[in-house]
Design a protein around this ligand. Structure first.
Ligand code: GUN
Length: 288
């Protein structure tokens, strides 16, 4: 079998076009969704992600503001800023870029973001809603993966989905969303015994490990759908995923490339969440 390399750009473009039209019809009523992105410190990778998020907002007509704070910012200063953004009627989504400097408690910061503006879906209330199946904001990377599967009409119900990774950002919510789509879900992690034995059973394999090109053909069942959430650098410093695409392409039926699929889809889901958050609040300001 030769895998179809999923064309992320095409998928992303069509969804962003839909969002742009929805933002436009909101603008016709004098309303504009707004996103605030907060970046603490000067991690270069984070700076790139933040820039891409702001650019994507502009592309679809979402108002955005980026707050860059120095690495020495205290936790209370950051909490004060989030408090202001929570009250700001122009802002419907707040994203604090992770990781934060070591002296700031991630959990305290996440808990301080208004549940209604939590476009990352990191707040425990939103995580709880996701767990019990209530409607609400969905975590961007996992919901992007579900979008990819849906748009390509890849069946999920009754399939065995194996997620490698158990982070709060990807692995755990990914398992929840796949379960919601009626997959049979297995979560693997660094302490899993006989990883290959398990991944080889997957109809859908989601790699969110954080290790360059770790997934090879021996991990993949013939005809499996392989979704690569990894974002790593190879020996040459080139961006690459958790999956060795060249190695698995004769085994998998579909595989997502890195860069150019899950990453831009994640940002697209952030735009979608900001739009949804704006729809769910009564207060807007004029688009002017
Ligand atoms: N850092 C890496 N991924 C993410 C993400 O999805 N959201 C935020 N806020 N920070 C991140």
């Amino acid at each position: 079998m030769t895998a179809q390399i999923i064309n992320g750009k095409e998928l992303v473009q069509s969804i962003r076009e839909e969002i742009k039209q929805d933002v436009q019809s909101m603008a016709n009523q004098g309303k504009q969704p707004g996103l605030a992105v907060v970046l603490v410190g000067d991690d270069p990778a984070s700076a790139v992600y933040v820039r891409n998020k702001a650019k994507a907002c502009e592309e679809v007509g979402i108002y955005s503001e980026v707050h860059k704070l120095p690495a020495e910012t205290s936790e209370s200063e950051l909490l004060t800023m989030i408090g202001q953004l929570n009250k700001d009627d122009r802002i419907h989504g707040i994203l604090v870029q992770l990781p934060l400097p070591k002296h700031i408690h991630e959990e305290t910061v996440i808990d301080s973001i208004s549940v209604h503006k939590d476009v990352d879906c990191f707040h425990p209330v939103n995580v709880g809603n996701l767990m019990v199946g209530k409607d609400g904001l969905l975590p961007c990377t996992p919901s992007g993966v579900i979008q990819i599967l849906k748009r390509l009409e890849i069946p999920v119900a009754g399939k065995h989905a194996v997620v490698i990774g158990r982070s709060n950002i990807v692995g755990k919510p990914m398992a929840m969303l796949l379960l919601r789509e009626n997959a049979t879900v297995t979560v693997c992690h660094s302490r899993t015994k006989d990883l290959t034995e398990i991944t080889k059973q997957a109809d859908i394999l989601v790699a969110a490990i954080g290790r360059a090109k770790m997934i090879k053909k021996e991990h993949v069942k013939d005809g499996a759908v392989v979704i690569d959430v990894g974002m790593n650098r190879d020996e040459a410093g080139k961006l690459c995923g958790d999956v060795d695409l060249e190695d698995v392409r004769d085994t998998a039926s579909y595989v997502t490339p890195v860069p150019g699929c899950v990453g831009p889809m994640t940002i697209t889901m952030l735009l979608q969440n900001t739009l949804q958050a704006a729809r769910q609040t009564g207060s807007y300001v004029s688009a002017e």
